[in-house]
Design a protein. Structure first.
Length: 558
């Protein structure tokens, strides 16, 4: 076939192109689950359930039940494009909803149950969810909210008949297992345009009202392929993957899709995310790979350290969502033999952007220099393009020193937000709100989020760098650095510390810890000790709230 396209150089003239002669097959999410069922059919999906037990099934079971669920959703009156909401932990039923909804042309909408109830209602109403499926844990929440969710026609409890609540105020509550069992599975995944919406996730709202990112089948599939690459998460059929990152947080970073694509064995932790439960699951199910935010690893590491334990099969983990403290990277690698892949991304990017994996030329570097690279947020995966721009909008050099606002573009980066007409893009680039440097090898390092940067006398101080140093102190459990008002410098860094249990720390000890590790003028002016640092629903430090709590803090004047 010959197509004619306008010539870019000479107006009015066209150029004949020879078209490729390959099959036109849309990239659809249903192809992932059919692939997993056909080629990795007996590979196990293990789930710790809300009901308290461990459930085992296979990719074949998930695919069949997803088809039955697709039939059930159609029977409930769902039509193409309708949103199916979930309030659920990581588990096989949640996975079935992912595939049943997207696979049948509906849109999977995972809602973060850790948000405030008012935010949850706001998000469900903004997405206009038609069905809301929820784990029994969230029954009280749904009872409270049901009357405020006018678009939801069906509420579905993700359990079997035996565990259905005897009494509830949720109107016409349906039972997930009954819905699935009533169908015969005689259903073929439909084919449609690969640009059709597959799922929707809301940003966690650390920065204003939540906004919906609508992913497409094409973007999700391309993202899953990139995620699985050797310089990505390096997933293979022989891996046993335990996604600690919730399926309600940017689709568990794409793991439900990438696992089907590679045919991994998957272990879902359900609601049991404390250090002890996770450790026991890692060992019992021989987990080789995991992924989660730093806060989760903090809990797991505290537990293994206190009990003198080691991991016997755990080999690799992706840590992202917020900066992985270098001390955590070192402990996991040196003390426990777990390779840490530091990754960066965001809801608007499906979420993967960069991963910090070394190149072969780095093999010759001393360990410390290699670590320095691993601590960065890393290189882009193919498909993502990035740039840093200065205050004047001009491109900054990739020299590892010049910092600027980080911009991205690519087929799994959003073009616009759900229901919003104004484009968030600047000249075709999406501004991430992060401030970063990029070195000559393409390793990006986040130095701050634009709004978290501390501007002292016009000079930027990286709060992340200060937090990392504090986290390396043996007596510190968790640390955050925020800007505090200063009459002369405008802003100065204030260190907030949660000491390890039973450890007595002083302000002087912590400030002395910075000496020689950072320029003198960047050392925090003061230290505040707290019992707890506020976190967002996705486990990130809530800088805005912390700043609010400390707004009256008076820095020492000398
Ligand atoms: P939200 O922006 O709603 O809080 P996201 O999960 O989309 O939620 O967060 C994306 C942001 O998280 C990034 O823009 C960045 O500021 C931060 N982030 C993610 N991964 C990292 C990382 N590895 N290091 C530092 N910051 C990170």
């Amino acid at each position: 076939m010959i197509a004619r396209i306008p010539l870019p150089i000479e107006e009015g003239k066209t150029m004949a192109l020879l078209m490729g002669q390959m099959m036109q097959m849309p990239l659809l999410i249903s192809s992932l689950i059919t692939h997993a069922a056909r080629h990795h059919g007996d590979t196990e999906i293990v789930s710790k359930r809300v009901e308290g037990d461990v459930h085992r099934c296979t990719w074949v079971d998930v695919e069949l039940r997803a088809r039955k669920l697709a039939q059930a959703l159609a029977r409930l009156g769902c039509e193409a494009g309708d949103r199916v909401g979930t309030l659920a932990w990581n588990g096989y039923r949640h996975l079935e909803i992912y595939y049943a909804s997207s696979g049948s042309g509906l849109v999977c909408h995972t809602v973060n149950p850790r948000l405030f109830p008012e935010q949850i209602a706001w998000i469900v109403n903004d997405a206009e969810d038609r069905v809301l499926c929820f784990d029994l844990t969230f029954l009280p929440l749904v009872e409270k909210l049901a009357a405020q969710l006018p678009t939801v026609r069906h509420f579905v409890a993700m359990t079997d008949r035996a565990h259905m609540p005897a009494q509830t105020s949720v109107p016409n509550l349906l039972c997930f297992e009954e819905l699935v069992e009533a169908e015969n599975g005689d259903y073929r995944w439909p084919s449609f345009d690969e640009n059709t919406a597959s799922s929707i996730c809301y940003t966690s709202g650390t920065t204003g009202n939540p906004k919906g990112a609508v992913y497409s089948h094409r973007s999700s599939l391309l993202h899953a392929m990139a995620a699985a690459l050797p310089d990505g998460m390096a997933l293979a059929a022989r891996d046993t993957v335990l996604p600690v990152v919730p399926m309600f947080h940017v689709n568990a970073w794409g793991l439900p899709y990438a696992s089907a694509l590679t045919g991994c064995r998957v272990v879902f932790p359900g609601p049991h995310l404390d250090g002890k439960s996770l450790y026991e699951l890692f060992e019992a199910e021989r987990v080789s790979f995991s992924a989660g935010v730093p806060t989760v690893w903090l809990g797991l590491l505290t537990y293994v350290k206190q009990n003198g334990l080691k991991f016997s099969t755990f080999k690799r983990t992706v840590i992202g969502g917020s900066a992985c403290p270098p001390a955590m990277l070192k402990t996991l690698e040196d003390d426990y033999g777990v390779e840490v892949i530091h990754a960066w991304g965001m809801t608007e990017m499906s979420p993967l952007g960069t991963l910090a994996r070394l190149k072969s030329k780095h093999d010759a570097l001393p360990k410390e220099a290699q670590r320095h690279l691993q601590e960065k947020q890393g290189k882009v995966v193919f498909g993502v393009d990035m740039a840093i721009v200065g205050d004047d909008g001009g491109m900054q050099p990739w020299d590892g020193k010049s910092s600027g606002d980080l911009l991205v573009r690519g087929p799994w980066v959003i073009d616009r937000y759900f229901k919003q007409t104004a484009s968030p893009l600047h000249d075709g680039w999406f501004p991430t709100g992060d401030v970063a440097t990029i070195d000559a090898d393409g390793y990006m390092q986040i130095t701050d989020r634009s709004k978290d940067v501390i501007k002292s006398g016009g000079e930027w101080i990286s709060s992340i760098e200060l937090e990392n140093i504090a986290m390396a102190h043996p007596g510190v459990h968790e640390a955050a650095v925020v800007a505090a008002f200063h009459p002369k410098w405008d802003e100065r860094p204030l260190l907030v510390v949660v000491p390890k249990p039973g450890v007595e720390l002083t302000r002087a000890q912590l400030l002395a810890h910075y000496e020689g590790r950072i320029a003198k003028w960047q050392i925090p002016d003061d230290v505040v000790f707290v019992a707890e640092i506020p976190h967002t629903a996705t486990g990130k430090i809530q800088k805005m709230r912390l700043r609010e709590q400390l707004k009256d803090h008076k820095l020492p004047t000398t």
